[in-house]
Design a protein around this ligand. Sequence first.
Ligand SMILES: [Zn+2]
Ligand SMILES: [Zn+2]
Ligand SMILES: [Zn+2]
Length: 419
Amino acid sequence: MDGDLELDSDEELFRNPVHYEPAGINLDLDRADLGIPYGESLMAELLRMRKRVPVEQRGLICPDCRAARGRRVAMYLVERNGVWLASHYRKRGEKPISHESDEHLARKERVAADSEDHGFPATIESSAAEGHARLDVRIDGAGDIVLGYEPQLSDQTVRGMRAREGFRRRSGIRSVWDFANPDHAGIGIVPYVRTPDLPASVIRVQKNPIQLRDGNFVLEEGHCSPSGALDRCPEIAYAPESPTASGYCGRWHRVLVPAHLSSGFTRPDDRAALTLTQFIVEAAAGERVPFQRDGQHGWLPVQQWQKYVEANGQAPEEKKRAPSVREGARRDRCTEDRPASDVRSEPKGRRGGRAIVLETRTKESVTPEVALDALGKPIPLCRFGCGGLASMAGPEGLPEHWSCRRKHDDAQASAGEAA
Ligand SMILES: [Zn+2]
Ligand SMILES: [Zn+2]
Ligand SMILES: [Zn+2]
């Protein structure tokens, strides 16, 4: 009975949530108990119904179709490498079902327009080379950088997010997953940003800033003392019952901190605060790079990348991994095939907004401040005199920043007009 159905694409299968109508609850297919009481027996019941009960009568529907379009679309379970996923019920030849809300569409259009305006070609709905991923917006950045912008406004499972990020990583794509919900399961699981949940009409107006609230980290280091550079000790757990208790351990730390929790943070309503537009343009220019540390993903300014690599002890993830498709596939399977008990023990709470300790020393020792690139060569300073390490070679082959080049060119252009 399930044989003559049109199966959703891999990208969709890993993205689809599923709702069990009789109980009025979404099921978590990552878990053997589906995340509900008596879930194991419900799962057995759902599997028994396959090939016996018509798809429309099994009680499974797509919650996104219902929320976005007020449509009741039946779903059925399919197995991929031992994991269960939900597909929309669709007969052969019927068009794939689109879930996109107007807010989702507006974000795609906005980011594509912003990228184009800053000189980076953008394509909406583009297939990645590896075949499984369909990028919401593909942005061709500086050099060989390809950015995938993926607004993710609906609920997703951790497994689904990891699988879809794996499709992208193996195609050499740097993805920017954009979540509006601070409790989204994908936060920290993939390279992400978080932005406010704005109406489509606001997003579409390009001059409206969309503030970045999480996902961009900064590197901070210093003595762990009241007079030191760190706001608090990253290794002493924050105690909600005594929020002002000064937790300093007296050692020295180097940490990755979400920018909004860093010591130099400007208020979110500040005009200077980072916007989604600026973030995307800088990521496309290679001035922000994705990192992964102990399973936590985020973005980091490239000037701080070398310090990160020094402490992290490895080259940027995508550079190291790109040539090894087999290794990438194996790693991906490892996380997907974890036993259910493992999945269960994952923290349920907010995943964003935590500091990541790169290094702790008992005494501050002198570290050489010569920055090296992945090949061990010193990174030169930007030719435009901003004082930072260059992020790329410019058209003349000299070290520069993409944004400094723009400022320089703009200054020359206005000087030309004035003359
Ligand atoms: Zn749907
Ligand atoms: Zn400390
Ligand atoms: Zn510069």
